[in-house]
Design a protein around this ligand. Structure first.
Ligand code: NAD
Length: 257
């Protein structure tokens, strides 16, 4: 295959969780712009509908399916509805949806611990398992998990988030070990410090911390959602067929400091 063919994902079918906004919306956009048929999953139906309408204004329509990934026992039905809308085939799964909760560890509410672990880790396993079955039967597929800098270090005041994203990195490798030889590559992207709804409060509530981080990033800026577009298409395409179990930082060089 030449390079154009290697990166070609025209007509591939993709599910992107959390694709209604933020980083995962850019990941969904990237796949759509590259010609894939994309279905986004999220909690808020009107946000999803609006995002699908905007993204689908050009090119193929973008599909959506509302569902709460924190309701672990309903993920199978959610996946089956999404798969049916895509015509029963799935080539790419982006496990992007995630939640955050900040508190000192000694005060961290246990129900928030359970919610963060459910959405950020247990749902990622459950959806990967379901999508994995479809992809293994097809003999081919790409799963992209969304990890974090806290897949590498623990940070502070976000114990559940750090534990969940550490888990996502390990799960990525565990699934890759079982499925790569059967045609299913499982990788993760680890965004660095990105400006989104999840982090926008830091700039105003803790400007010193914000500046401290900016100073540590070799790129001298926080990341933008669009910074994830290239790696998303790469990991979804045949160009990355010999890459599996990798956790790829997209962090402006932060981890190297
Ligand atoms: N913003 C950052 O700096 C940063 C850095 C590293 C990793 N990440 C990760 O990137 C991903 C996207 O984060 P973001 O910053 O764009 O946040 P965001 O809050 O803008 O987006 C999160 C998305 O997840 C969806 N979601 C949350 N809970 C859900 C649930 N229970 N069921 C279904 N969907 C649910 C939301 O609908 C939303 O679309 C997350 O996994 C996050 O952990 C973000």
């Amino acid at each position: 295959m030449n390079v154009k063919e290697l990166f070609d994902i025209e007509g591939k079918k993709a599910i992107v969780t959390g694709g209604g906004r933020g980083l995962c919306r850019a990941m969904a956009e990237a796949l759509h712009e590259a010609g894939a048929e994309v279905l986004i999953i999220g909690r808020n139906e009107s946000v999803l509908a609006e995002a699908a309408r905007e993204m689908g204004a050009e090119g193929a329509p973008v599909l959506y399916e509302p569902g709460d990934l924190g309701e672990l026992d309903k993920i199978k039905q959610l996946y089956e509805r999404a798969l049916a809308k895509l015509g029963g085939r799935l080539d790419i799964l982006v496990n992007g949806a995630g939640v955050q909760y900040r508190a000192f560890a000694e005060e961290f509410p246990f129900d928030e611990w359970q919610r963060v672990i459910a959405v950020n880790l247990s749902a990622v396993f459950r959806l990967s398992q379901l999508a994995g079955r479809t992809m293994l039967a097809q003999g081919r597929g790409k799963i992209i998990n969304v990890a974090s800098m806290t897949s590498f270090f623990g940070s502070e005041r976000i114990p559940a988030y750090a534990a969940s994203k550490g888990g996502v990195a390990q799960l990525t490798k565990a699934l890759a070990n079982e499925w790569t030889s059967r045609g299913v590559c499982v990788n993760a992207v680890a965004p660095g410090y990105m400006e989104t709804a999840l982090t926008k409060d830091i700039k105003t509530t803790n400007p010193r911390y914000y500046e401290e981080i900016t100073g540590r990033i070799p790129a001298h800026r926080w990341g933008r959602a669009e910074d994830l577009k290239g790696v998303t298409v790469f990991l979804s395409s045949a160009a990355s067929d010999y890459i599996s179990g990798a956790v790829i930082p997209v962090d402006g060089g932060y981890l190297g400091k």
